[in-house]
Design a protein around this ligand. Structure first.
Ligand SMILES: C=CC1=C(C)c2cc3[nH]c(cc4nc(cc5[nH]c(cc1n2)c(C)c5CCC(=O)O)C(CCC(=O)O)=C4C)c(C)c3C=C
Ligand SMILES: [Fe+2]
Ligand SMILES: [Fe+2]
Length: 387
């Protein structure tokens, strides 16, 4: 086998406070994150939302030391994976490609080209697939592949999601068991799986398999844990006014408090690294809320980071993927037939002349409304809480 590479995909996070604004702009510029019918509105709206959110987001990053640890941890995972692969007889270069901050996916791809990688495994560091995470990165890679004939020479394969991998489930179960065992009545403690939310429409209209994969993953972790504890699944980190997957984590914590629950072990289920949603949102915000509603024993299961059982699971995934028939980006980016494609050039209602005229008119009205809102500070986006 020629030169082997593994491309680890993740979202990225601001390294320091000055990065927060441009990071948020990159994130909200992604049509897989904010799904708008008019692509030209994406950048002005991204700029607008990012500028309104920057201060609040910076306050949160300040509370975790002034920046995201995501880059450092992902690079450490890469180093550990390289070593583990080598110990299993598979030499490989590891590349980290972030979607919205450094090292960007484009930078990783440039290095892969430079290193003349011949076989590449594309491994998102999200155990479950969502249009908004792995899907967005796959879409970007698909575009880069189309634009570059050099990349088309690489024999690559994609691992779309991997929440069923036994080593991953084992590592999760071990970490949960460690937390439960710290509490006196360990078999009665409520296990609270907190998954990152996505807007409901992603699942119900666009066919995102995320909710189903999260539910199945939660069941499999509980099965591997093999303990009698009651458990619950809820969704955190809602942004904006639309409905996201429910129940929301804050509501579920409140409800458990009302029922008299005193002991809670929170399991972040969509992430494999510590970052703002674990260190700030769960450890600070949800802990405070739990305390207020009488849940006095509130423990959080640490993220997997470089847990050796987890690193071995990643290595096994890579080795299995190298042996299996390749799975292509086009297949991975369109997990289900129902998934609606963005940018919306393939929407039926954008294809007819009269619809185009109406799209243009509505877009112009939207743009004028946005400018007025920008100047006056009043308008629909403020009313619905997006700005
Ligand atoms: C607005 C829509 C968002 C969707 C949909 C979304 C899905 C989603 N995100 C992650 C994982 C991460 N998100 C991170 C940061 C982040 N995400 C959003 C918004 C959406 N995420 C924002 C606005 C931010 C910035 C932080 C903030 O201001 O709240 C990160 C990076 C965290 C860090 O340490 O910097 C990760 C990782 C998942 C898994 C997911 C859907 C499944
Ligand atoms: Fe997010
Ligand atoms: Fe978030």
């Amino acid at each position: 086998m020629g030169r082997v590479g593994v491309l680890l995909l993740n979202l990225g996070g601001p390294d320091k406070l000055e990065d927060v604004g441009p990071f948020l702009y990159n994130l909200f510029s992604d049509p897989e994150i904010i799904r708008l019918p008019f692509p030209w509105l994406q950048k002005p709206l991204a700029w607008f939302i990012a500028s309104r959110r920057t201060q609040k987001s910076q306050e949160n990053y300040k509370q975790i030391g002034g920046g995201s640890p995501l880059r450092r941890i992902t690079e450490a995972q890469g180093d550990a994976l390289k070593e583990q692969l080598s110990s299993q007889g598979q030499e490989a270069n590891i590349y980290v490609g972030m979607r919205y901050w450094h090292p960007y996916t484009e930078e990783a791809i440039a290095k892969i080209t430079q290193d003349k990688i011949e076989h590449l495994v594309i491994l998102p560091l999200y155990p479950q697939f969502s249009i908004s995470t792995s899907g967005s990165s796959f879409r970007l890679l698909e575009r880069l592949w189309k634009e570059d004939p050099g990349l088309q020479q690489i024999d690559y394969t994609v691992i779309p999601s991997w929440y069923k991998q036994p080593g991953y489930l084992q590592a999760m179960a071990e970490l949960i068991a460690q937390e439960l065992d710290q509490l006196p009545n360990r078999d009665e403690v409520h296990i609270f799986f907190s998954a990152h939310g996505v807007p409901k429409s992603y699942v119900e209209e666009a066919g995102d398999p995320y909710e189903q994969e999260i539910e199945e993953c939660t069941r499999l972790v509980m099965q591997t844990l093999n303990r009698p504890n009651p458990y619950i699944l809820a969704y955190q980190s809602r942004v904006g006014p639309v409905d996201w997957l429910q129940p929301y984590t804050e509501d579920a914590i409140q409800e458990l408090g009302t029922k008299g629950v005193k002991d809670l072990v929170v399991v972040p289920i969509s992430f494999v690294s510590e970052h703002i949603e674990t260190l700030q949102e769960i450890d600070i915000e949800y802990r405070e809320l739990a305390e207020e509603v009488g849940i006095h024993n509130f423990r959080r299961v640490p993220a997997l980071n470089t847990h050796p059982v987890f690193v071995k699971a990643l290595a096994d995934l890579v080795i299995d993927a190298l042996k299996a028939p390749s799975f292509k980006l086009s297949q991975a980016a369109q997990m289900k037939k129902k998934v609606r494609i963005y940018p919306p050039e393939r929407w039926e209602w954008g294809m007819t002349t009269s619809a185009e005229v109406w799209n243009g008119r509505i877009a112009m009205l939207g743009f004028i409304a946005l400018i007025i809102e920008l100047i006056t500070g009043h308008g629909l986006l403020h009313m619905i809480g997006l700005l």
